[in-house]
Each structure stands twice: as structure tokens, then as C-alpha cells.
Design a protein around this ligand. Sequence first.
Ligand SMILES: *Cc1c(COP(=O)(O)O)cnc(C)c1O
Length: 440
Amino acid sequence: MKQSEKTAWIEKLPLLQEIIEKQEVLWRNPLNGDSAKGIEQSGITVDDVKDASDRLKRFAPYIAKVFPETAEANGIIESPITAIPKIKEELTTTYNMDILGELLLKQDNALPISGSIKARGGIYEVLKHAETLALENGLITKEDDYARFAEPEFRNLFAKHKIAVGSTGNLGLSIGIMSAQLGFNVTVHMSADAKQWKKDLLREKGVTVVEYADDYSKAVEEGRRQAEADPLCHFVDDENSLDLFLGYAVAGERVAVQLKERGTQVDENNPLFVYLPCGVGGGPGGVAFGLKLQFGDNVHCFFAEPTHSPCMTIGMMTGLHDKVSVADFGLDIQTAADGLAVGTASGFVGKVMEPLLEGCYTIADETMFKLLTMIADTEDIRLEPSALAGMTGPIQAIRNEVPKADMPSATHLVWATGGSMVPENEMDIYYGIGKGVDRK
Ligand SMILES: *Cc1c(COP(=O)(O)O)cnc(C)c1O
């Protein structure tokens, strides 16, 4: 971007100056409107999400069989919603601000199989691909018991097929673990900065890990190029995949049931606020879309991003979406928040969210670490840094006078996106960093 263009944008959108200075800001989306209309505009329907939900139900007997940790939930990969009153009290003191509504945590850190929000979209996309191949090859019908996917003839079929993905972390774990379990030939393309324990874990499961000296986008590009040259290879495209998005969107109906079960009302007088950590956008976008299908105008969704990589914030503010990078505004994409270190957001997701998103806000790494330690101390819940990005949501919404955010009858749902796969010694290091951050 030319300097003159940049100056013009800052003149038009003064908040950009604060973003360039890496301050923690909240942006309210002026295009947020009628939910039903926004959903219609997207071209994605209730039936599309129901189709994804039904597919996950068909696969549930298989999942329960090969991942015993899901047997109790009958093979449905889901996480609990937990009330977190103790950290709410601590936040009230730290930020000197009342959160009048109830504070809840959606614990995707505890999702089975791969321990992050990626277990929704990533696993779904692999299962869908496996089903398509099995149907095409006459191995199964949709009415059969899908536990049969564990049988040798299925594995023999999948062994002739490849799955590839470019990822620094959690998406690679989800795609790698699920694909290897089914018997696919799976390759995860990783950038130089990917954590060693993730590479080790994947290799242990039989996944091919290709390492690149360059950054993440190079790894993705190279992975895509290799996959495109091979007709038997399915490339999971984090930036453009509708299947990933639909897998995430199934969360909406699950949350609706969970809130109902715990007696949490959502309507005009009882608004639901949801705070979702955002990287490229598929995860939070899909979940927000699913929630909009359930609750319409009564759910208010915010995306949370690191101050060093607010790609969705800048993409949506300017309307440039994937045609702009945070680097255009001098930001360096350096953050400890795995999964959120993204320079350019998905254009597909940005467009879908345009009429549906309440806004975006940013959070410093320091704040994420402080909150990581705080939730460990108060609630005994261990999360990875990214997963804390949602935690300042209620503070930001109330401080910036977002309508209804200060209602005592409001519910604030913080989406904790990952944590349980992080080795204990790594987690201890995170905890120590947060201890060292000035508590004020
Ligand atoms: C991937 C990821 C996100 C964000 O999801 P996107 O689809 O990249 O926006 C948030 N938190 C964690 C822990 C993740 O791994």
C-alpha cells in the first residue's frame, strides 16, 4: 500500500491510528444489521449447517469407537460451558468495572481429540472427505453404521489418497490426527516457527511433517501448489473452505441446547454476548454464523485479535478484507498467540460477517498472559494464550458503551479456543510469564 493511501485511510478512520500504535481498541461494525437479512445474503443456509450436523451424527459411532475419550458423549465432539464467577470478581477488581451479567466460558480447550476449536472444523472437513470417497467407491451408504470406517477396506482405500494442510499449529493437529486415524496419507506443511512438540506429536501419529525456513504463508502456498498437482490429494484451505466453516457452525445448535439445559434465557431482554478469538476467521466466523442461526438479533458477536495482528479488524474496517495485510499498516504479526498470528484475514469469512458482526477488539500479548495466570489461579483452568483473547470482551464492550452489554440480564460467553494439548512444561512457562506481568 502506498503511503498516500495509508494516510487517506487513517484520515477516514482515525481508529486506525490507535491500531497502528498497537493500543487495545474496540471497533463497532457500522454494517451490522438485521440478522435474517445478513444470513440470507451469505448464501449459506440452515440446511447447509444441518447437513453438517447430520454428518457428524452419522460419524459419531466411528468417533466413539476410535477415540474412546468421546465414548461417554456417544462420539459427539463437544465441550462444556462453565460459569466462571471467581475470575469475574477478579476482573471487576483489576479493571475497576462491574460486569453485571453472568460470565460463562465455552471450554473448547477441552474439546476431545485435538484440544482446540479446530477439532470442530478441521475434523469435520476430513470426515466429509472420507465419506465422499467411501460413497463413491460403494463401500458404504448413508444408512449404514459408520463404525465400519474403522475396517481395513476403508483404510486401504484412504491409504491411496492424500490430505494436505498448511498450518503452524492447531489446524495441523486436527487434520493430521483425524486423517492419520482414518488411514490417509497426510502431510502438514509447517513454517519454521512451529512448536517442536507439535511436530513431534504429529510424526508420532504417522503424519508427514514438512518444515519450511520461511513463514507461514510460504508453507501454505507450497502445500497448496504440491496438492494441486496431485488429483488424489485434498488440500484443506484454511482461508476459503466452506466445509471448515460449516463444521464450526454446528456449534450454534449445540450451544443453544447447552444454554437451555442450564436455564440461561436468550431473548430481547436477555441478550447473549459472545467473544471469539480470531485468526484467519473461519473458526470464529463459523461459530458466530451458527449462533446467528439460533439466536438472530439477540446474540452479539465480537472477534478478538492480538494488537500485533488485527487482520480481521483492519479488513472489515476498510472493507478491503483479504486485499489488505496488517503489514500495510506497519504491524509485524509477532504474537505468542498461536492461531492468531495472521496478517491477512479470509475474504470469504469477512464478507459473510459484514452484516452479522457486532465488532472487533484487540488485546496485547501481555494482557493475554496476565489473564492466563489469573484464570489458572482463580478457576483452576489452564488455557493457551490465544484462548484468553476473548476474556477482555465484556470489559471492552461495557467500557465502550455497547448497547445492552451492561444489562444485569445479559450473558457474556467467552470462547476459550484451546489449551489441553499444550505440554505441561510449556504451560508452566506461560503461567510464569503471566505471573511476571504487572497485575495493574
Ligand atoms: C485457529 C485458532 C483460533 C482462530 O481460528 P481461525 O479460524 O484461524 O480464525 C483461535 N484460537 C486458537 C487456539 C486457534 O487455534
